[in-house]
Design a protein around this ligand. Structure first.
Ligand code: AHR
Length: 327
C-alpha cells in the first residue's frame, strides 16, 4: 500500500501523536538515498587556490576511489554563481548525492533547495549555509565540519596567555559572507573583548588568499604602525602577512605576533621557525567521515544536524613533532 505524505500526516494526527508530527514531517522532507554497493557522488568544491582546498579534494577523491564510487568533481574557482551552476549540472547528471562546500552562507541556498527539489540529498562539507534559510535534517542531510567559533576562541585564549604586552591587533578576515569568516571573527572578538586590555585596531577581509592577505596586511600595517599582533583567519593570509612584515623590515614572531587557523605544513613549520605563535587546526581530510555519513544515511540512521570535526592545536610545544603529519 502506498502512503502519500499528506495521508501519512493525517493518520499520525488521527492517532493523537501530534507532538511528534513536525519532527516526523521534517525527516520525511529529506530526499532518501537507496542502499547500494556503489554510488555516483558529486563534490562541488568552492575553489582550489590553497593547500587546504587541495588536501580536502584529494581526501574526497581518494576515499571515493577506495570505495569504487563514481566521483563527479567541480571547482567553482571562487565564484558562488559558478558553484550554483555546478550543482545544477550535477543534478542534470543524475548523481545520487551531492557533497557541497558552500563558498558563502546565502548565495548557495538556491543550490541546496534545487537539489532537494530534484530528490537528491545534499551533505554540506566544511562550510555551512544560513540556518534561517535552509535547515539540516529538512533541506540538507547534515553539516560536517569544524566549530569555527571555537577555533577563533582558542586562538584568542592562546593570545591572552602569551601576549607579553602585545595588545594591538590586526585581524585578517576570510571570505566575506562565508561561515568560517563570520564564526572565526565572532569566537575571537568575543573572547578578546571578555579578556579586556586588547584592541582590534583594524579588521578587513583578505579573502582567505595569500596574495590578498599580504596586500591587506601591508596597507593595514602602514595605517597602524603600532600594531603588534596579526590574527589571520587562515594560514594562507598569515603567510601573506609574514611576507608583508618582512618587506616592511619587521620581524614576525618578535616584533609582531602572528596567529592563524588551518594547520598546513608551511604554517606549522613557521611555528618551528619562530614566525607564527600558534595555529588552530581546521582538519581538511573529510573523505572518511563524508562517505561514512553517506552510508549511515543510506542505511536509515538518523543523522545529527552537525557532524563535528575535531581540531588539533599547534604551538612551540608540539610543532616540531607534528610538522611531518600536517597536510
Ligand atoms: O572553510 C574552511 C576554510 O576555507 C579554511 O580555513 C580555508 O583555508 C579555506 O579556504
Amino acid at each position: 500500500m502506498s502512503l502519500t505524505r499528506r495521508t501519512f500526516l493525517m493518520t499520525v494526527s488521527a492517532l493523537g501523536v501530534l507532538g511528534s508530527v513536525s519532527s516526523v514531517a521534517m525527516a520525511a522532507d529529506l530526499p532518501p538515498l537507496a542502499k547500494k554497493d556503489t554510488y555516483k557522488v558529486g563534490f562541488a568544491q568552492t575553489e582550489s587556490n590553497n593547500p587546504w582546498r587541495i588536501a580536502q579534494t584529494e581526501s574526497m577523491k581518494a576515499e571515493a576511489a577506495k570505495l569504487g564510487y563514481q566521483f563527479v568533481y567541480t571547482d567553482a574557482a571562487g565564484s558562488a554563481a559558478k558553484q550554483v551552476a555546478d550543482v545544477n549540472s550535477m543534478i542534470a547528471q543524475g548523481v545520487d548525492l551531492i557533497f557541497l562546500a558552500p563558498r558563502e552562507e546565502k548565495p548557495l541556498i538556491p543550490a541546496v533547495l534545487a537539489a532537494k527539489k530534484a530528490g537528491i540529498p545534499v551533505i554540506l562539507l566544511d562550510r555551512s549555509v544560513d540556518p534561517k534559510l535552509a535547515v539540516a535534517g529538512k533541506d540538507y542531510v547534515t553539516f560536517i565540519g569544524s566549530d569555527f567559533v571555537e577555533e577563533g576562541k582558542r586562538v584568542a585564549e592562546w593570545l591572552v596567555k602569551n601576549a607579553n604586552g602585545k595588545t594591538k591587533i590586526i585581524e585578517l578576515e576570510g571570505t566575506t559572507g562565508s561561515s568560517p569568516a563570520n564564526d572565526r571573527k565572532k569566537g575571537f572578538d568575543e573572547a578578546i573583548k571578555a579578556a579586556g586590555g586588547f584592541e582590534i585596531v583594524a579588521s578587513q577581509s583578505g579573502d582567505f588568499a595569500r596574495d590578498k592577505g599580504r596586500q591587506v596586511a601591508e596597507a593595514l600595517l602602514q595605517a597602524h604602525p603600532d600594531a603588534n599582533v596579526i590574527y589571520a583567519h587562515n594560514d594562507e593570509m598569515a603567510l601573506g602577512a609574514i611576507a608583508a612584515l618582512e618587506a616592511a623590515g619587521k620581524k614576525p614572531g618578535t616584533d609582531v605576533l602572528v596567529l592563524s587557523i588551518d594547520g598546513g605544513k608551511e604554517a606549522v613549520q613557521a611555528i618551528v621557525d619562530g614566525k607564527i605563535g600558534a595555529v588552530v587546526e581546521c582538519n581538511p581530510r573529510f573523505g572518511p567521515i563524508a562517505y561514512e555519513t553517506l552510508k549511515r544515511y543510506a542505511g536509515g540512521d538518523k543523522i545529527e544536524a552537525w557532524v563535528k570535526n575535531k581540531d588539533k592545536f599547534y604551538d612551540t610545544s608540539n610543532a616540531a613533532a607534528e610538522v611531518s603529519g600536517a597536510y
